[in-house]
Design a protein around this ligand. Structure first.
Ligand code: G3P
Length: 217
């Protein structure tokens, strides 16, 4: 399973990229706003730090304008993935761009039927939002299972990119279901490394090592 980070904060991206475990980045207009940076400039910088797919979202509502924006965005770097919303115009744009060899991430997916449409439109990635489902009292992960089943039934190559992740259990469930990618906020990715027993165990090992009076090398 690939790990993408869902942020436009370049410091977080750099730090996580140094672990060697980061496969890509997703941004959206809200995350760009939060970064306080210029869109084109920050995407360009992210693309230089992370060689994997970096999602940059169009903001137009109609197909012609989405195509124009995509043209501008894909010139930033070869690893830019054009993010389009799951609308009729968005899927039309997805079809046109992927037929041309451009990577496309279809976002704001909330049903398995929408994911089926995105796969038919040739999407490289489909982004179902699990957390926002949970927020309104539904089980977001159920949709991920349904999409996995549907994509496997028809051998669709679209990658399931689980988005709107809120906590490590979403990551665990995604891996159990066989999602292709998760995108999570930096805080959730950092949480994955942590366990109190790891910290306590390490502390005890180091204390005992100190008592031996030895050193390595
Ligand atoms: O990038 C899309 C998605 O991950 C947004 O997550 O937390 O705003 O629901 P959230």
């Amino acid at each position: 399973m690939k790990f993408f980070v869902d942020t436009a904060d370049i410091n977080d991206i750099r730090e996580l990229a140094e672990t060697g475990l980061l496969d890509g980045v997703t941004t959206n207009p809200s995350l760009i706003h939060k970064s306080g940076r210029k869109f084109m400039e920050v995407v360009e910088e992210i693309c230089r730090v992370v060689p994997g797919p970096v999602s940059a979202e169009v903001v137009a509502a109609d197909h012609a304008e989405m195509m124009r924006e995509a043209e501008v965005l894909r010139k930033i770097a070869d690893n830019v993935t054009i993010k389009v919303p799951l609308t009729i115009d968005g899927l039309r744009t997805c079809k046109a761009l992927t037929s041309d060899g451009t990577m496309v991430n279809v976002t704001l997916c909330f049903t398995a039927n929408q994911a089926l449409l995105a796969a038919k439109a040739g999407a490289t990635f489909i982004s179902p939002f699990v957390g926002r489902h949970d927020d309104i009292g539904f089980d977001g992960m159920e949709i991920i299972s349904d999409i996995r089943m549907i994509y496997d039934n028809y051998d669709f190559q679209t990658q399931i990119l689980v988005a709107s992740i809120r906590h490590p259990i979403h990551v665990l469930e995604s891996a159990k279901i066989g999602a292709d990618v998760i995108t999570a906020p930096p805080s959730v990715i950092r949480q994955l490394f942590k366990h109190p027993l790891t910290d306590r165990g390490l502390e005890a090992f180091l204390a005992d090592w100190g008592k031996t009076g030895q050193s390595i090398g």
